[in-house]
Design a protein around this ligand. Structure first.
Ligand code: 4NP
Length: 160
């Protein structure tokens, strides 16, 4: 069993969606027994809260379940627990490296797995924006996640 932690700033908008999309895609590919996922924020600002209403709505529209998730901050022990730590944006990645001092080899940037020519970019923060911003985040994550799961499965010695 391999473990993946998705990380954003508040753990209410992007990383809960990333976790839900990862869980749905791995179920759809019959790979869910190989992986476990969680998500966390580099801040504790929204600790204990449900995902943002915009994320809940877009997830529901696409048949992805995130209602049971609750925001939590990144913990020091996450570096030992998780095999892969996937940052939603460049600032999250920088904080994981410099503030949390997580090992570089475990840290990945979500959009580096995109095949739409958008490697190296951040998943834009939809907080404070409307439904369109959440829909845009969903489609970015849905596309990049396919590349990530392919990478993960090759890396763990399996073929999809
Ligand atoms: P997230 O979005 O990092 O994708 O969960 C945000 C949520 C809350 C805030 C910023 C971004 N905030 O400033 O409270």
């Amino acid at each position: 069993m391999q473990s993946v932690l998705f990380v954003c700033l508040g753990n209410i908008c992007r990383s809960p969606l990333a976790q839900g999309i990862f869980e749905k895609q791995t179920v759809d590919l019959n790979l869910s027994t190989f992986y476990v996922a969680d998500s966390a924020g580099t801040s504790a600002w929204h600790q204990g809260e449900k995902p943002h209403s915009g994320s809940l709505a877009v997830a529901r529209r696409h048949g992805v379940s995130i209602e049971k998730q609750r925001s939590r901050p990144v913990h020091a022990k996450d570096a030992e627990i998780f095999d892969y730590i996937v940052a939603m944006d460049l600032e999250n990645r920088r904080n994981l490296l410099t503030e949390f001092r997580f090992p570089e080899e475990k840290i990945f940037l979500m959009r580096d797995f995109a095949k739409d020519g958008k490697k190296g970019l951040s998943v834009p923060d939809p907080w404070g924006h409307g439904d369109d911003a959440f829909e845009n985040v969903f489609s970015i994550l849905d596309e990049a996640m396919r590349g990530f799961i392919e990478f993960l499965h090759k890396n763990t010695g399996n073929k999809i």
